[in-house]
Design a protein around this ligand. Structure first.
Ligand code: DQA
Length: 147
């Protein structure tokens, strides 16, 4: 059976391509998902992509990854900075999880500098735009080698 990477995007990321393009760029969510899917396929993975504007929906998506998920690539959006529930869900499913942010959260407002998710993530990629998602897939694919 083909291994599956779960791509989970949080609140407001459905607006990609039109929202604050000077920060988040012009790539739409559909384009981003297609890019990540192609990268996953290169490494022999299927992709399941979910976007939700709701904290509970994101928790459900993380739990769903237990069924056959090899790993998770997640951009929790603003919930990174507030959600103990999302942090606990990631810890609970115990799948390797890479946290991605399009923008550099350390170069913006002070409230973005702390992420509850980072402490349970296998790794964090921030500030590289869409390529960060591709690097996250690549990292998951080679996790056995990078320690
Ligand atoms: C973001 C950074 C968050 O601070 C912000 O709330 C987002 C997007 C990013 O991808 O850069 O919604 O996660």
């Amino acid at each position: 059976m083909q291994r599956t990477i779960f791509l989970i995007n949080g609140p407001n990321l459905n607006l990609l391509g039109t929202r604050k393009v000077e920060v988040y760029g012009t790539t739409t969510l559909a384009e981003l998902v297609a890019m990540v899917e192609a990268e996953a396929a290169l490494h022999g993975f299927a992709l399941t992509a979910v976007q939700s504007n709701h904290e509970g929906g994101l928790v459900d998506a993380i739990h769903a990854a237990r069924a056959g998920g090899f790993g998770i690539v997640i951009n929790p959006g603003a919930y990174s900075h507030t959600s103990v529930a999302i942090r606990d869900a990631i810890e609970g499913v115990a799948l390797p999880t890479i946290e991605v942010h399009l923008s550099n959260i350390y170069a913006r407002e002070p409230f973005r500098r702390h992420s509850f998710v980072s402490e349970v993530a296998r790794g964090v990629i921030t500030g590289l735009g869409p390529v960060g998602y591709l690097l996250a897939v690549r990292a998951l694919a080679t996790l056995g080698d990078v320690r």
